[in-house]
Design a protein around this ligand. Structure first.
Ligand SMILES: [Zn+2]
Ligand SMILES: [Zn+2]
Length: 571
């Protein structure tokens, strides 16, 4: 847990206490502590571990709470406190300019306990009557809500995929629906998306539109026409539906999938051939006669290209490659033989190794890598060398019981702030695979962070650098790295770089993956699963790999366990 996160929790505690009219000095103590924590130059984790927690303005009580946060990753007091107020109030306080006082006023006088209720009240001019609320405040609140919406406008791919699936499942049940598919940036599998585009073919568009706009997850209808409609669903996500006749399916799918840049290039190619393309089909410019439109393959063929996979449609070379018949044979989920980054109950996972293995086998994998945290990551229950040795014994025992499956021993070893590793070589050499990662000191200078990782790669036992950029989408930016240097070191030392499949991470991202492929670096996929259902995150990692133009041969996960071990032992 980082200083900023701890400071945020203290600030939220102060806000809640203030709403509850608690002692003023107590509220102020939390605020002051939050501020002082943010101004620290050292990580609280280090201070706690070295028993040097002597932060100005932090007394015994708050120091205890910091220690609890650092060592357990949570704070019981905070969790209990949150339950004493409606959850929407905390969200209201994230609106710029709205503090606990206004929140309390809104709740006491108007029973407003969510951002959406607040928005409605402000639009209906109900706030201006409140005592002590300045005239301009209503306007500011609406502006603030817009800001929050923009922030939320970047929806994670995983969320978008599951919402889209729900809608598709419902629409596919209709007799009048022939095809129902997702288009837009979700189909291209971008890491974040703004809205979901659904395409349906039917000869009864009105029926489809009626059902779509009255689905239980729809919160608000933005527009409803014969063939186009737009709604907001739970989670404040916009979903657009387009209904076309079956003869236009391919053209409409191509049009709605984008990207814009890709489509412009396709239209240019069409023009050169005397054709025009829109969402209804491909037409001869002179006669307006339709020449294609039923399938996307057809559409591409009319402009002289072979089919281009949606993940590649960004106008980053795919048109040229298609013209040369040189498109990559993109990796698919069924090529994946292993998950190379899994946690168990031994550190911060929820399942035993045996149960994780059972689940990984059920995914169709032949092997998996158990990579629990190393000792200094106490927040995540990092293993001591002694515990790690016990774990290795357990894995050996489990492996004897499998026929067609294998667990590889590993650890996600912390790269310390100077680039040294959290375990000595005589421990690392006992492992089948070694993963290494940066989990602290994200604010270091670019050279320092780059140096830490390249130094870790020089260790002959380190095989994979996991979540190389340390970003959390919408929460924490990537730390600064000289990626070219990292890539060079990865190639020189035969160290792989991970595409972490965790929905918020997806790190490396597509652009860096593509560059890594060009450089000839080895890449791996790991779900970083801490629970059984998280093994499904592999789909997201494969999406990133495909957006990065990867083929089977670029990914360690497509090798058998023997081939994999052979390859990494070449280091
Ligand atoms: Zn990690
Ligand atoms: Zn991990």
């Amino acid at each position: 847990m980082m200083n900023k996160e701890i400071a945020d929790i203290f600030r939220q505690i102060a806000d809640i206490l203030e709403i509850k009219d608690e002692n003023f000095f107590r509220v102020r103590a939390y605020r002051k502590a939050a501020q002082n924590i943010e101004n620290l130059t050292e990580d609280l984790i280090v201070l706690v571990n070295e028993k040097r927690l002597d932060v100005p303005g932090v007394g015994v009580d708050l120091a205890g709470k910091i220690e609890e946060l650092v060592t357990t990753g949570a704070l019981k007091f905070f969790e209990e406190l949150k339950k004493t107020i409606p959850p929407g109030l905390l969200e209201i306080m994230t609106i710029p300019g709205i503090g606990p006082k206004t929140t309390k006023l809104l709740f006491d006088k108007l029973k407003i306990d969510s951002v959406s209720k607040l928005e409605i009240a402000a639009r209906e001019d109900k706030l201006s009557s409140l005592p002590g609320l300045k005239e301009k405040t209503q306007e500011n609140i609406l502006q603030g809500i817009e800001l929050i919406k923009q922030r939320q406008g970047r929806i994670l791919l995983s969320t978008a995929l599951s919402v889209a699936q729900k809608i598709l499942d419902a629409l596919k049940k209709l007799k009048v629906v022939e095809e129902a598919v997702v288009a837009g940036s979700v189909r291209r599998r971008k890491e974040t998306i703004h809205d979901i585009d659904i395409l349906v073919t039917s000869t009864k568009p009105q029926t489809v539109t009626d059902v779509f706009t009255s689905l239980p997850i729809v919160k608000k209808i933005l527009a409803k026409g014969d063939t186009k409609s737009s709604v907001i669903v739970e989670g404040d996500i916009q979903v657009d539906l387009r209904v076309v006749g079956p003869e236009s399916f391919g053209a409409a799918l191509n049009y709605l999938t984008g990207s814009k840049a890709h489509n412009i290039r396709i239209r240019e190619l069409a023009k050169k051939k005397g054709l025009k393309i829109n969402e209804y089909g491909v037409f001869r410019e002179k006669t307006n006669r339709i020449v294609a439109g039923k399938t996307e393959h057809e559409v591409y063929k009319t402009v002289g290209l072979c089919y281009i996979e949606p993940e590649l449609r960004e106008d980053t070379g795919e048109i040229e490659a298609a013209a040369d018949n040189a498109l990559p044979q993109l990796v698919v989920l069924t090529d994946i033989k292993s998950d190379l980054h899994i946690h168990s109950r031994w550190s911060d996972g929820t399942l035993s190794i045996a149960d994780m293995a059972k689940a990984a086998k059920a995914q169709g994998y032949k092997y998996m890598v158990v990579s629990d945290h190393s000792q200094s990551l106490k927040v995540a229950g990092g293993l001591t060398p002694k515990r790690l040795k016990e774990q290795i014994d357990e894995i050996k025992r489990l492996n004897r019981s499998f026929k067609d499956f294998r667990i590889l021993c590993s650890a996600e070893v912390d790269i310390k702030s100077d680039g040294s590793l959290d375990f000595d070589d005589d421990i690392l050499k006992e492992l089948d695979v070694v993963l290494a990662a940066v989990h602290s000191g994200f604010k270091q200078a670019k050279e320092q962070l780059t140096g830490r990782i390249t130094r870790a790669m020089q260790n002959k036992y380190v095989n994979i650098i996991v979540h190389p950029f340390g970003r959390l989408i919408n929460e924490r930016p990537a730390y600064e790295l000289d990626f070219e240097k990292i890539l060079q070191a990865a190639c020189d030392t035969n160290t792989a770089l991970e595409i972490n499949c965790y929905p918020k991470r997806l790190d490396l991202d597509d652009i860096h993956v593509k560059r890594a492929k060009e450089k000839g670096a080895m890449l791996s996929l790991g779900t970083d699963s801490h629970a059984q259902e998280q093994l499904d995150f592999m789909e997201l990692g494969v999406a990133v790999a495909r957006r990065g133009w990867l083929e089977k041969k670029n990914l360690l996960n497509c090798l058998s366990s023997d081939e994999f071990l052979d390859k990494i032992r070449k280091k």
